[in-house]
Write a protein that binds this ligand. Sequence first.
Ligand code: PGA
Length: 259
Amino acid sequence: MEKNQPKKYIAANWKMYMLPEEAKTYWQTWALKPKLSSALEVIFFPPAWCWTTAQAQNHQLATSQAKSWSWGAQNIAFEDWGAYTGENSPKAAQSLGAQWVLLGHSERRSLFAEDSGLIKKKWLKAQSLGLKVMLCIGETLTQRQNRSWPQVLTHQLQEVLLDSQGEPKTPLTIAYEPVWSIGTGVTPTPEDITATHKHIQSTLRELFPQATIPILYGGSVKPGNAREILKLPEVDGVLVGGASLKVEDFYSIAQAALT
Ligand code: PGA
């Protein structure tokens, strides 16, 4: 990465994997790795049962700036507290040190019927608490093939972000994750990623003329393809699922952003 280039985001989505003791070992191993550039922002999205481990391990790293990482919830409720059995309180996440929330992941949308109305409520809640948001959007294979993806992505952004009373109150990033690429080993071509990110960028510019909103790519990012994806000027980082579960793989993806 050249001097003065904007920072890149390297985010790990651990999904419903990892025991607390495994997470502890992971972060302890991460802490022993050579320093990464401060031009990288490393973010972990652990499952909720690893939040206290994240809090403890993150605290121990507080003095080592170049190896520091932040973390966030994979999903939050739209209220601070309440009779919401099985939900994750954003207040609890925050009080344990979470700075981020991941919203609208395609697995939440398709498997748990989260629609844009619900995601919008969560986005408003996150902003009211001062949490940073990584909002996931992405088209299905059919939508890619029938070329409706530009409208699909624009709608996904508008339905959540429109009418949000001016510019975002907390930092917002977008993770473009084509549904057909998540966990499949198939990725779009660099040309397609570039064109799609440009489209997202122009939609965001209409929604929020003043804000700088980084756009990450996600879907089958691995050590072997990370460099090719991260070197694209339109790509501000990557959101990594499967390959983030192995500390060596995730670390080499982070390193790929620097070369
Ligand atoms: P994957 O998942 O890297 O395993 O494709 C990405 C994601 O779901 O965020």
